[in-house]
Structure formats: C-alpha cells, structure tokens
Design a protein around this ligand. Structure first.
Ligand code: GLA
Length: 445
C-alpha cells in the first residue's frame, strides 16, 4: 500500500512530533495581466488546487525541506539573517524568500527551524503560481511555529505585502497579485486587488459559468529561462513611468512625485483612464523610444538610463516599444474595472469579451504570448468559450477560459480533439481542468 504523506513525514523526520498541515492555493488570474507591479489592479481567483505542506518545529534553527515530487531534491539551510540564494530555479529559493520575509516582519522573534514536507496538485510551470503558493505555505508554517500565524484580515494583508517584496529574492521582479490572492481568496469569488496600499474586494463568480484552465504544455518557469523575459516589462514600464513624470514636470512646471504608473489614478493627480492615455501619448509620442531619446527627456546620460532602468537589456533596432506598453497599462486598467462591474451585474458575456481583448493586448502590446497560447485562445473561442486568454506571466503556461457550466465537460472534450489532438498531436488526456474558486491559505490542523 502507498505510504501516506503523514507516514512519509514520520519516516523522514523520525525525531519530530506530529506535524501540522497547511494548504496554500494556486491562483488563476481572470484579467489584469502585468499590471500589478505598476500598482494597477488585477482580478484573479484562488483555486481549490494548491500546495499542501506538513511541518513541525525544530530546535536547531535548520529548515529541512522534502518534496513529494522527486523532481525537487531534498535540501536544508540555516535560518539566519543573511541566507545565500541557491542556483536560479532551485526550489528552496522560494522557502528562503519566505524565511527572510518572516524575519523582516518579526526581527526580534527567536530563530525558528522547521521540517517541511511539500506536495502540490498544481501543474508546475503552468502559470498557476505554484511558486508563490510555496512561499506563502512556508511563511505560514514558520509563523505558526513562532505562534504568529496571521489571523485577522489586516494580518493576512500585511503578510501578502511582505511576501510580494520577499519573493524578489528569487530574481523575478513580480508584483503582489499572487501572494495577495493566495492569502485573501474566497470560495466562489474572484478578488479585485488594488495595490499600494494592498486591498482586496471580492466579487461573486457567475454560478452558471465555469473557469477552465488549459495548459499550453510550454513550461514557463518564472525563475528559470523566462525570468529575463518576465523582467523586461517591469523595467520598460519603470522607464516609461520616468518619462511620464518628466512630461508632468513639463505640464505643471514643477516636479510631481510619481513612483509608479498606478499613482496617476490616485492621490493628488487622480486622473481618469482617458486622461492617463492622453498624458502617455504626450510622454511617449513615437511608438519606439531609443535610450538616447529617453536620456534627452530625462536630462541624463544614456549610460545613466541604462544603469538605472535597463539592467543590461540589449536595445532593439529603433528602440524599445514603450508606447505599446503604456497602451496596455491604460487599457488593462479599464478592462479590469469593467470586468468587475460585469461580475457584479452577473454579465458573463461582457466579461468574456474583456478577457479576449486582454489577450490581444498581452500578445500585441506586451509581447508576452507565444504561438501555443494564441492557438489555445483561438480554438477555445471557436469552441464557444465566452472568453479566453493567457493567464499569469505568459511565455507559455496556461490559458483561462470562461464557459457555460453545463457545457464545461464538453468544452474540455472539444479542446482535447480540436486543439490537443489535431493541432498539437497530443494523444493522452487533455491537460485541462475546471478550476473552482477556493479559499485563501490556511493551517488545517
Ligand atoms: C506573475 C507575477 C505576478 C504578475 C503576473 C502577470 O505571475 O508573479 O506578480 O505580474 O506574472 O500579471
């Protein structure tokens, strides 16, 4: 008979007492892609699949990691103020990020160690945030051993902000969507999340619709090869933000603080999306901007611009297409607001149209799609999905599809034939499933 995770835990850590269990969900982003790091809203849901971890405290300050999946090797490190990162892509980096995040939250807490056995029913590299689920699970486990597990909404919200920042340890400059929805999600609901400060408002999903995830079978490990491609957009958006700030200085004759693009919609400026679009068109008038153009506008040298924003990115012929990036930010912001209204009005058809438009913008303006994702979207729409789009960072991973619930199984079968078998020559069962919106991370027992 197969060993249960509890039996395995007892065998792997024979000196440990009975472990506690913790679950952190994966997430599917419904709309609002590559906006979070600019402080613009997103609309994801936590799902019932996720990471499950058994854990117990250790007195020696060591963090000992085991994974049910043999692809992730056994490893251990000391809980300390300066923890060196492992090689890029190594799974323990996510746990190290969590440990450092927790240390930053409670600098005076004793140095806790723990045994952690991790399992997951999320496909890795499918863009469902298995990595942030691991960060949250590790942090919650460590906090629990310190007697500091978050209980209130405020504590969960604070932890989500801390862990978003802490995850930069792995080298990816992600925003805060994943950690937030993993901690703040609710069954049957999507979460509209706003940033700086972080806040989540829930919106009920239409009961007569199902969310279907279709894997493109192109692995997109954010911490691996896709990392440089992922980081391109946050960097270019930060440069576009600096140019926007220079434009505001010109418009107002004085400096206007603008830390991130999302600040345009709040605080003293409080622009409408239409006003932001007009400002972007003045700030970045040509489709492409060279480093020399940017340097002139910013009154800096080209080397200063490269050092501050571009981190060694090679400049494409004719410059970077910053205008398209800005178009995506404004358009996606508008779509997220309308998508939430559509949920509140129980109007899945409008929601679906916004999803399709979001995919087009991710593909054309941000260039984060790939042929396999585009084909999945095309086939899903041809099979009657109300909406379909890439979800998460892109460059592979999965699509999210909104379909009538009573047609969901048929939809998956139709995709198995039309997409996976006929287009991709894939013969096994379709790598697609119905994702149910589940609750945020919790310690189960
Ligand atoms: C990844 C990041 C998120 C977000 C998405 C794109 O999942 O972790 O913060 O930027 O990509 O929307």
């Amino acid at each position: 008979m197969m060993e249960t995770p509890l039996e395995l835990f007892a065998r792997l850590f024979p000196d440990s007492g009975a472990p506690r269990t913790m679950r952190a969900p994966g997430r599917v982003n419904l709309i609002g892609e590559h906006t979070d790091y600019n402080g613009l809203p997103v609309l994801p849901m936590a799902i019932t699949r996720g990471v499950r971890a058994l854990f117990s405290p250790r007195g020696d300050g060591r963090i000992c990691l085991r994974n049910l999946d043999p692809a992730f090797p056994d490893t251990a490190f000391m809980n300390a103020a300066d923890i060196a990162p492992s090689a890029p892509g190594a799974w323990d980096n996510y746990v190290k990020a969590a440990v450092l995040g927790v240390r930053g939250m409670f600098p005076d807490a004793p140095t806790a160690g723990m045994n952690l056995l991790v399992g997951s029913d999320l496909p890795a590299g499918a863009g469902l945030s298995s990595s942030s689920a691991l960060v949250v699970a590790s942090a919650m486990a460590l906090l629990d051993t310190l007697g500091r597990a978050p209980e209130t909404l405020e504590e969960r919200t604070r932890l989500a902000s801390v862990l978003a920042e802490a995850e930069h340890f792995v080298g990816t400059r992600g925003g805060g969507m994943d950690q937030a929805v993993i901690l703040l999600g609710e069954a049957g609901h999507a979460c509209k999340i706003d940033f700086f400060p972080l806040r989540a408002a829930r919106a009920p999903l239409p009961e007569d619709c199902a969310v279907v995830v279709c894997d493109s079978m192109v692995k997109a490990e954010k911490s691996g090869a896709a990392r440089a491609r992922y980081n391109l957009n946050p960097r270019l958006c930060a440069l576009a933000c600096a140019l926007t700030r220079a434009q505001l200085r010109e418009d107002f004759g004085e400096d206007v603080p603008l830390e991130r693009l999302g600040d345009l919609w709040h605080g003293p400026l409080c622009l409408t999306t239409r006003e932001a679009e007009a400002l972007f068109a003045r700030a970045v008038p040509a489709p492409r901007a060279t480093v020399d153009d940017a340097a002139r506008r910013l009154r800096m040298t080209p080397d200063e611009v490269r050092a501050r924003w571009l981190d060694g990115l090679p400049e494409p012929e004719g410059g970077f297409d910053l205008a398209a990036r800005l178009r995506h930010q404004a358009g996606e912001h508008r779509r997220v607001e309308h998508a939430r209204d559509a949920l509140l009005a129980n109007d899945p058809e409008s929601f679906g149209r916004l999803m399709a438009a979001s995919h087009e913008s991710c593909r054309d303006n941000l260039q984060v799609s790939c042929p396999e994702l585009d084909m999945l979207v095309e086939d899903a729409l041809a099979e009657g999905a109300l909406g379909a789009r890439l979800t998460g960072a892109g460059f592979g991973g999965a699509t999210v599809n909104l379909v009538w619930r009573n047609r969901a199984e048929d939809f998956i079968e139709a995709m198995a034939r039309r997409h996976y078998r006929d287009r991709r020559g894939h013969t096994g069962p379709a790598p697609a499933f119905i994702a149910e919106a589940g609750p945020g991370a919790r310690i189960e027992c």
